[in-house]
Ligand binder design. Structure first.
Ligand code: PLP
Length: 383
């Protein structure tokens, strides 16, 4: 809803500071673009294998092996049109009507929708600030039933930026070892965007035995500012990968050859662009948190990864805006910010856990600065 109102306001010539964005505001690094141009000129403009170009699959397998210590070869890898396609095809390939998919909330909005689209039943487990917005072993144990097909884990998390520690992951793994019918999808798309020197370990690297029933989801969209190139990948056991490849063969045929060439350069080339992006986002995060600390009633959760701040607003519910609107929910709060402060943010309800707002610091530094200040002013104006 907020995105539609933003578009309408902008079409009407109104200035809106957009803190809803879920992608880097920076351009794809030049050496990656050059690699794509070289590939195009060399005639790399045809269909590829549905699983992806062999060189790219090899490079991804080597990365997974090196970084996570997993016995991963090219046969364990499939390349898709973004991480999203791989989540979609994995659920399409494995879910039967009524199969349950455990999704800790708050969650990236697409998991429950894609599961539902394929007949699955999302089992949403609310993970509040008391557990650092992370699923605990006890919560997982309580959510598992004989119908559970998948657990979806997303670390670093969208929308909270929470990162699971090795200890937390090994506790979850212990539960999963007791329930061999449960598969686990680990969405690691923000893996390289961790702050304060932190690293986001993978559940499967902590518990390698789970690799035989795990699907690691990753891609180039976020760390390499390549959202529009649409390249993602999945790593998992060969039988599951083979089925996903079959699905891709009858849906998109393959990911773009040019995008795959660019992804190969991204993954195998100079990684300075990733550390620079990380430093840039960390500075924006720190600035946003600093400004928001002046807002009466806001409770921002400092993220360890990704590029969002999840902000609690419970202390401000029940207040009234200068325009006379009573704010009962986080959605009301986001509409107040949009209509009266001209700042667009997303409400926690959209992510399955209220009352919160999600603020993106992937927006430009000017937008981060002006948007955060406008939010502080708007909080002070509530009566
Ligand atoms: N997973 C999460 C947690 C995301 O936030 C997103 C994009 O917002 C994706 C997956 C999709 O990424 P891609 O652009 O590779 O499809």
């Amino acid at each position: 809803m907020a995105k539609k109102i933003v578009a309408d306001l902008q079409a009407a010539g109104q200035q809106v500071i957009d803190l809803t964005i879920g992608e880097p505001d920076i351009a794809t690094p030049a050496h990656i673009i050059d690699g794509a141009l070289d590939a195009m000129r060399a005639g790399d403009t045809h269909y590829t294998a549905s699983a992806g170009q062999p060189a790219l699959r090899r490079a991804i397998a080597e990365t997974v092996q090196r970084e996570k210590g997993l016995p991963c070869g090219p046969d364990n890898i499939v390349v898709g049109c973004g991480a999203k396609q791989l989540i979609y095809e994995a659920f399409a390939a494995t879910l039967n009507p009524g199969d349950e998919v455990i999704i800790p909330a708050p969650y990236w909005v697409s998991y429950p929708d894609i599961a539902t689209l394929h007949g699955g039943s999302p089992v949403i487990v609310a993970c509040g600030p008391d557990v650092g917005f992370k699923l605990t072993a006890a919560m997982l144990e309580a959510a598992i039933t004989p119908r559970t097909r998948w657990l979806v884990l997303n670390s670093p998390n969208n929308p909270t930026g929470a990162v699971y520690s090795r200890q937390e992951l090994s506790e979850l793994a212990e539960v999963l070892h007791r329930h061999p019918h449960v598969w686990v999808m680990t969405d690691e798309i923000y893996e390289h965007l961790c702050y304060d020197g932190a690293r986001a370990p993978s559940l499967v690297e902590v518990a390698p035995l789970l690799f035989e029933r795990a699907l690691i989801i990753n891609g180039t969209s976020k760390a390499y500012a390549m959202t529009g190139w649409r390249i993602g990948y999945a790593a998992g056991p060969k039988p599951l990968i083979d089925v996903i490849v079959k699905m891709i063969g009858q849906s998109t045929t393959c990911a773009s050859s040019v995008g795959q060439a660019a992804a190969l350069v991204a993954l195998t080339g100079d990684q300075t662009c990733v550390s620079e992006a990380k430093a840039m986002y960390q500075a924006r995060r720190d600035r946003m948190l600093e400004i928001l600390s002046d807002a009466p009633g806001l409770d921002p959760y400092s993220p360890s990864g990704a590029f969002y701040i999840y902000v609690g607003v419970s202390a401000l519910l029940g207040r009234t805006s200068p325009g006379g609107k009573r704010i009962e929910t986080d959605l009301d709060f986001s509409l107040y910010l949009l209509e009266e402060a001209r700042v667009a943010v997303l409400d926690g309800g959209a992510y399955g856990l209220s009352p919160y707002l999600r603020l993106s610091f992937a927006a430009s530094p000017d937008a981060v600065e002006a948007g955060s200040r406008a939010i502080v002013t708007a909080c002070r104006a509530l009566v």
